[in-house]
Design a protein around this ligand. Structure first.
Ligand code: UN1
Length: 503
């Protein structure tokens, strides 16, 4: 039996899943191809606004029931969901690799990230803590509590077709919310397989309708969803262009959005850095996932004293990067997601050359059925406009510097603010980088690269990255509504701020 069969993905699949099963759909046929081989993996009959409406009704009804379940009991169901993911980890990880193109170790790592999210959410379900405050009035008490929000709309990108859903879904579920997931149309099979595994657990526990999935066009289903006042929160992960639109539409209806958008992440390498860890850190950040993470390393700033030796090392490592079918052992780089992505890579290379960048290694696509390109290292200068933009491909811009503060200022001088890192053995340099005068990003690391964050921390970034925080720490607050309560146990009715109103 194949991976696809074991995950129940044979035949034409529905694009709408709610209340414990598939709904009938009659939209366009969506085909999902393996980006490494060009092989057709499966087909999905897309859903439209009609199915969306039924799903909202299901999610509303489910919310009324789900919010009554005590949070730790909701956590127990998420614990079972994590167990289900563990059972299916090998198949689901392989499917991520087959449909998205990341190497198998990363495909499995992605499912592990979802399992970790489940474990974290189980703990969170007993820790949805509010604060208590001292009232200024005698015989009064103040505190805050956190309530479920309602239906959460989850929009995810192709590059993390499983884990980014889990960042949102695991937390939204323990928070008492129901949800509607609209995944990328580039990775529908991973979404269906993931939904089926989790929904089976919810349905077996008597809670169908908490998890819902809709695969439909952005212009119809996507637009309806972001305009929909019945969805108090839209969590969207993807490009800054998409997020700007989602954020604007949701803000207009005074809804809440949680945006995790583009990055333009840099690594600074000080002259005292341990190059034995800096070089692999840079290469994983720039070439891992073929440069298709929002956390991928796009720029490096090398201290001038060590720049030549780091560049030499990088050029020789880049030449050894094995490119090929990401399911095969020993491969470090799979394909880009599709032909459009290859075109963007090629057009970026033209722009780089037109703007005076020097390609040191790489810079071409590979023949074959898949969408393979070579990892590319570019000696760049600050006048190049393209370095300010996120190209979702393995292109790394190299800069040199002499003064750390100047390197930090240049690192910060982009519109995005997701991830950043410094390699140094100097306490003073690392503290400067981490201080309020340092990196302006949501993530700032020392002696590790820009990508591959653990789920325990809050994930997200500043500026055009959108400001949202997902996954760990207190990111759960975005999925709940805060209520401040003042209780009077005295026999008087004193007013705050000393106001008198005697009747
Ligand atoms: C993304 O690329 O959208 O930190 C998410 C990382 C992963 C998540 C990336 N844990 O690279």
């Amino acid at each position: 039996m194949s991976v696809l069969s074991r995950l129940g993905l044979d035949g034409e699949l529905s694009g709408a899943w709610s209340n414990g099963g598939a709904m009938s759909t009659n939209g366009e046929l969506l085909e999902s191809y393996n980006p490494a081989t060009g092989e057709l993996l499966g087909t999905v009959r897309m859903a439209g606004v009609e199915e969306y409406e039924s799903i909202v009704a299901n999610a509303q009804a489910a919310f009324k029931k789900w919010r009554m379940v005590p949070a730790p009991k909701r956590g127990e169901i998420i614990r079972q969901a994590g167990e289900a993911l563990r059972r299916h980890k090998d198949d689901l990880g392989a499917l991520v690799t087959m449909e998205m193109g990341k190497i198998l170790s990363e495909g499995l790592g992605e499912v592990q990230e979802s399992i970790d999210m489940a474990d974290l959410a189980v703990g969170m379900s007993r820790q949805l803590c509010g604060q208590t405050m001292h009232s200024e009035r005698p015989g009064h008490r103040m505190y805050e509590q956190w309530h479920p929000l309602g239906i959460v709309g989850i929009i995810t990108a192709f590059n993390f077709p499983n884990a980014v859903w889990a960042w949102n879904a695991m937390v939204a579920a323990i928070a008492g919310d129901t949800m509607i997931w609209k995944p990328s149309l580039k990775t529908p099979l991973t979404a269906i397989a993931t939904h089926k595994i989790i929904d089976e657990v919810f349905t077996a526990n008597g809670h169908p309708g908490v998890m819902n999935l809709i695969i439909g066009a952005d212009a119809t289903v996507g637009e309806t969803m972001i305009h929909d006042r019945r969805l108090p929160l839209i969590s969207a992960t993807g490009s800054t262009r998409m997020g700007r639109h989602v954020g604007t539409v949701v803000a207009q209806r005074l809804g809440r959005s949680l945006l995790e958008l583009g990055g333009n992440n840099a690594i600074i390498v000080e002259k005292d850095a341990d190059l034995g860890i800096a070089v692999p850190g840079i290469v994983f950040g720039a070439c891992g996932t073929s440069g298709q993470r929002c956390t991928s390393t796009r720029r490096i700033y090398l201290h001038e004293d060590i720049a030549d030796s780091v560049i030499d090392k990088l050029v020789s490592v880049y030449k050894t990067i094995t490119i090929g079918n990401p399911l095969d052992g020993g491969i470090l780089m799979g394909p880009l997601i599709d032909e459009d992505a290859v075109k963007m890579y090629e057009s970026a290379l033209e722009t780089i050359q037109a703007q005076g960048g020097e390609i040191l290694v790489g810079g071409e696509r590979l023949d074959g059925p898949g969408h393979f390109v070579k990892p590319t290292l570019v000696r760049a200068h600050d006048g190049m406009d393209i370095v300010k933009h996120e190209t979702f491909a393995p292109i790394l811009y190299v800069f040199t510097y002499s003064d750390l503060e100047d390197a930090i200022a240049r690192q910060n001088d982009v519109d995005q603010g997701l991830s950043s890192a410094i390699f140094t053995n100097s306490f003073r340099a690392s503290e400067t980088f981490l201080s309020h005068m340092g990196s302006d990003c949501g993530i700032a690391n020392v002696n590790i690269g820009t990508s591959g964050a653990e789920i325990g921390g809050a994930f997200g970034g500043e500026k055009e990255t959108g400001g949202g925080r997902e996954a760990g720490s207190d990111a759960w607050k975005a999925y709940m509504r805060r209520q401040t309560n003042t209780l009077n146990w005295s026999t008087d009715l004193p007013l705050a701020q000393g106001v008198r109103f005697d009747v």
